[in-house]
Design a protein around this ligand. Structure first.
Ligand code: PEP
Length: 241
């Protein structure tokens, strides 16, 4: 199965920056699939310039489809803009916005109901890892946040201590955690759990992508900082083979 490389632009990007997405769409000559989640404000323009070569998604959605939630964006609104997927449960939202596993589960369910694929993020902090709690934390996040259906579901394992730090786990550590995630998926969904793709995320760069993507049961990468330019994201896609 070709790797899936997903760019998360976070709160970065103005109108002119959609040119990077156009360049990504035109420049991906390898087997890897490229998806990009720009800020909400650029989704409609990104859908146009990606010309069907790159799938565009949101970085969050609300757990309800409409209502009195000032400043929030629903999954139905994202789908209406032409988005294909949404990221839920990113550690920055869990930390900045106090999102709980139950919130994440509601968002994932709302996204599925709107026809979007879901990238559900889990991962432990440095303290949790140093205390030997990493596996239990990730398993607990999955237990509390997995939606009803494994269809259209992707998990991103993103150790919090690796995000934006330049520090990455060893490929063996990634493989070990992906095995924990796979176990939780098959326990929850049965055989369907084998079909859920698991991404690694956290300081993936062109020079470490091949090693991280080569670890067992790594189906691709969720990429933050290195996804902001076409040159960098395309180099990661090329490393993915
Ligand atoms: C992320 O925030 O999902 C991420 C992986 O960021 P970075 O690649 O910058 O560590």
């Amino acid at each position: 199965m070709p790797s899936l490389i997903v760019g998360n632009w976070k709160m970065n990007g103005l109108g002119d920056d959609v040119a990077e997405i156009a360049a990504m769409a035109g420049g991906n000559t390898g087997r890897a699939q490229l998806w990009v989640a720009p800020p909400f404000t650029l989704i409609d323009r990104a859908v146009i310039v990606s010309a069907g070569q790159i799938r565009i998604g949101g970085q969050d959605c609300h757990g309800a489809q409409a209502g009195a939630h000032t400043g929030c964006v629903s999954a139905m609104m994202l789908a209406d803009l032409g988005a294909h997927f949404v990221i839920v449960g990113h550690s920055e939202r869990r930390a900045d916005c106090g999102e709980s596993d139950a919130d994440v589960r509601a968002k994932a369910g709302a996204a599925h109901a709107a026809g979007l694929e879901v990238i559900l993020c889990v991962g432990e902090t440095a303290v949790q890892r140093s205390e030997g709690q990493a596996d239990a934390v990730v398993a607990g996040q999955l237990a509390g946040s997995l939606p009803d259906s494994a269809e259209g579901l992707i998990i991103a394992y993103e150790p919090v201590w690796a995000i934006g730090t330049g520090t990455v786990p060893t490929p063996d550590d990634v493989a070990a955690m992906h095995a924990v995630v796979r176990g939780a998926l098959t326990a929850r969904y049965g055989a369907s759990g084998h079909g859920v793709r698991i991404l690694y995320g956290g300081s993936v760069k062109p020079d470490n992508a091949a090693a991280l993507l080569g670890a067992a049961d790594v189906g691709g990468a969720l990429v933050g900082g290195a996804s902001l330019t076409a040159a960098s994201l395309l180099a990661i896609a090329a490393a993915a083979g």
